[in-house]
Design a protein around this ligand. Structure first.
Ligand SMILES: [Zn+2]
Length: 323
């Protein structure tokens, strides 16, 4: 399986358009030792390097257009297929939640392109039944094919024509909060377990074979033993690095919610991910979905050093690996 990290920041990106925190100001003025980042976006493919094939997006970020242009593997290759000049190696997307910074990019993929979109029934209803703009993905027959899945049940990733990609996905139910734009009445009709998911992706053609495993966990509200076991069986763990401390936003902007209230376990503190995941032996551990306020973005700072010394990496846009 090939994995490309097209974007690694939390919602708003880094720098964020309306933010004058120390990180954002420093980055704009050129005095910051660290990198700009676009909003979190991961793409996966079962094909090996130098082999053109289908790609699947985990979520669809608001920065998707620029992220696609920055990634040659995702460019259309005219003449190779019968589709003509309008075609794409992007075969589908798997949605982990209905957050705007996770689904807005779907609207950027609307140019009558066939696409398979995997979502829980609850997330599909929010997008397709309550938000008429998403109807632009279904203007013609065979454009977006919405395919439902349930947390806990593995499903194959298939292209719009139904061909198996060789990748299988299984969702873990992590959070129970729907985005604030979902009306209370609609929320009362939805299943809480379908609100916010982690995704386990495996490269294997049949159920009996064991393939390499990627864990994609951009929003983790708490870490329990079952989750620790899932992580230990992963080869690469992409984990929620949104906030360094629980009160980070409140300290920096004077008001707001804690990290935990927003559904993100912080990196630091006794109950934070750095400490709770310290015992993991098997997976390569990478933080992504990093908020612009997070001090570990500063490569000259003690937080960055602490994370790296603990064996973690901090994802950057453009990273790629094979597993
Ligand atoms: Zn900022």
């Amino acid at each position: 399986m090939r994995v490309k990290i097209l974007g690694s920041a939390a919602g708003g990106g880094f720098p964020q358009w309306n933010c004058a925190c120390g990180n954002c100001r420093g980055l704009r003025s050129g005095t910051f030792r660290g990198k700009a980042r676009s909003q979190t976006q991961v793409a996966i493919s079962a094909t090996s390097k130098n082999d053109a094939g289908s790609w699947y997006l985990l979520g669809a970020s608001p920065d998707l257009r620029a992220q696609i242009e920055a990634t040659p593997e995702l460019h259309p290759q005219p003449g190779k297929e019968k589709e003509g000049i309008r075609q794409s190696p992007i075969a589908g997307a798997v949605l982990a939640n209905a957050d705007i910074d996770h689904v807005l990019g779907l609207l950027l993929l609307r140019e009558l392109q066939p696409l398979r979109v995997y979502a829980t029934d609850s997330i599909r209803r929010i997008l397709c039944e309550d938000n008429s703009m998403f109807g632009m993905l279904q203007r013609v027959p065979g454009q977006a094919t919405w395919t439902s899945f349930e947390p806990g049940i593995a499903f194959p990733l298939e292209n719009p024509g139904g061909e198996n990609s060789g990748l299988r996905c299984r969702a873990l139910s992590l959070g129970t909060h729907y985005p604030a734009y979902v009306s209370p009445r609609r929320q009362s009709e939805l299943r809480f377990g379908e609100a916010s998911l982690g995704l386990i992706v495996e490269a294997k053609m049949v159920e009996s074979s064991s393939g390499k495993r990627l864990a994609y966990m951009p929003a983790v509200p708490q870490i329990d033993n079952a989750l620790l076991q899932e992580f230990e069986s992963a080869d690469v763990l992409l984990f929620d690095g949104t906030f360094w401390s629980d009160d980070e936003l409140i300290r920096i902007q004077g008001s707001g919610q804690t990290a935990l209230q927003m559904g993100h376990v912080p990196v630091s503190s006794a109950e934070g991910s750095l400490s709770r995941l310290a015992g993991l032996r098997h997976p390569r551990k990478i933080y992504l979905h990093i908020n612009n306020t997070n001090p570990m973005l500063n490569e000259a700072g003690p937080e960055y050093a602490q994370v790296r010394e603990a064996g973690w990496e901090i994802a950057e846009d453009g990273w790629e690996f094979e597993l």
